[in-house]
Structures are given as C-alpha cells and as structure tokens.
Design a protein around this ligand. Structure first.
Ligand SMILES: [Zn+2]
Length: 237
C-alpha cells in the first residue's frame, strides 16, 4: 500500500537532515584532523596538518620571541597558532595571517597555501620559501607579544604594524632580508609622524620597508620600541 503523501515528505525531510548532519560532520572532520604541536616556548600551541609546517612554525616562534626579548619586550605571552589549509581574507583582501586579540588566536595559511598565495601576489616580490613563510608567523606573533606589552589604552594600528613588520623583516635570514630590501628604493621614515595609517593603507609592503629601514637607523632600537609601547605617536600634520 502506498504511503500517504505527508509521511513521504516527512521521510524526505529526515533524509535531508541526515545528509546535512553528515556534510557538517565531514566539514568538521578536516578541522579535527589538524595535529596539536606544543612548541618549546611555554604556552604556545600550533595546530598543523603537516608535521614539518608545525616544526617550522615553532622554530619561527622561537626566533621571534628571542628577537623581541632582545628588544626589551616581555615575551611570556600565551597564544595558539593554526596553520590553515585555505586562503585567508580580511576586509575583502587576501592576507598572510590574522591575529584575534580577544582569543589570542593566530591563523596563517600553511606552507602549500602560502605558495598559492605567492602565485597570486608574491609577498614583497619574493619567491615563496620557508623563510618568507616563517616571517608571516613572526608578524602575527609580534602582534600578540606587542599587545601584551602596550601600556596604552588604545594602541594605534600604525604602531602595531610598525612593530609587526619590523619583527617580520628583522627575523629573516640576513641574505633574505638584503634581497628583499634591494627590491624597494623607499627611504626610511624620517619622522614618527610618518608612521601613520595613510602610509600603511597606501601600500603595506612599502610601509614595512620604510619601518624596517627606520628601525635599522635607530642608535638604540629598543628605546624606540619602548617609546611606541608607552606613548601615542604624534599625529600626522
Ligand atoms: Zn599586522
């Protein structure tokens, strides 16, 4: 005997629901298969699908924290890094990493995704290498450490990015940072008023290079970092 039509619909709805549950389970399965790696730095965890990426990320964390410590930062910040297997976007543009300051959570595309990113836009015009990829991690870690070191109620974006980009370029191997600098003829920031959002939004890579050259020109860069952490930058004229 054929079933009354309403029961048929009920069965179909159940089937659709079951399919949705299965699809959701499949979508989540990939997130759960990332392996948790505990870095040597206390309180730093990395989620990675590939063991090699995880090791390289912990290595990047180690050299970033060592550099920042040498510059007078307290580096006992705890945070988590997830090496994601998809492109990252922020405010409509593709980015090489994100830092969620509320949850102390960093996301960086994994190395194979980073190679794809470079195919669309080579960061700083450089060939994608492990070192360049590790510098994305250094940048986001610098944001996390800086956040814990600011003594300002509302640190400005330009100050945050100055720190993150300087740390990113300063932790590159010397030959790599030299090769990168050769690609840009931009002069260093001459005055702290130039370290502003306008420059940053105009071209973040040029901002990065100008910041790094400004840092290199400092007689005592740790003093300038402290200045950024303790007082707001003068406003641009
Ligand atoms: Zn940044």
């Amino acid at each position: 005997m054929p079933r009354p039509p309403d029961t048929n619909i009920g069965v179909q709805v159940k089937r659709i629901r079951l399919m949705l549950v299965l699809l959701l389970a499949l979508a989540n399965a990939s997130a759960y298969s990332a392996k948790l790696i505990t870095c040597a730095a206390p309180g730093v965890n990395v989620y990675s699908y590939e063991a090699e990426d995880g090791d390289l990320a912990c290595q990047a964390v180690g050299s970033t924290l060592a550099f920042m410590k040498s510059m007078g930062f307290h580096v006992d910040t705890r945070f988590t890094i997830e090496l994601v297997d998809h492109p990252l976007r922020l405010h409509g543009s593709e980015v090489t990493g994100t830092y969620d300051s509320r949850h102390l959570y960093i996301e960086v595309p994994n190395f194979s995704q980073a190679q794809r990113v470079a195919g669309r836009h080579a960061p700083f015009g450089m060939f994608m290498s492990h070192e360049i990829w590790q510098s994305f991690i250094a940048h986001e870690v610098a944001h996390a450490v800086a956040q814990a070191n600011f003594r300002l109620a509302k640190p400005g974006l330009a100050a945050h990015e100055y720190i993150a980009y300087v740390v990113q370029l300063a932790t590159l191997p010397k030959e790599t940072s030299e090769e990168l600098l050769e690609r840009f003829d931009n002069s260093p920031f001459r005055h702290e008023r130039q370290i502003n959002r306008v420059f940053l939004e105009l071209d973040p890579e040029v901002f990065a290079v100008k910041a790094y050259r400004h840092y290199l020109a400092q007689p005592d860069p740790s003093e300038f970092f402290q200045r950024l952490l303790n007082r707001n930058l003068s406003s641009p004229r």
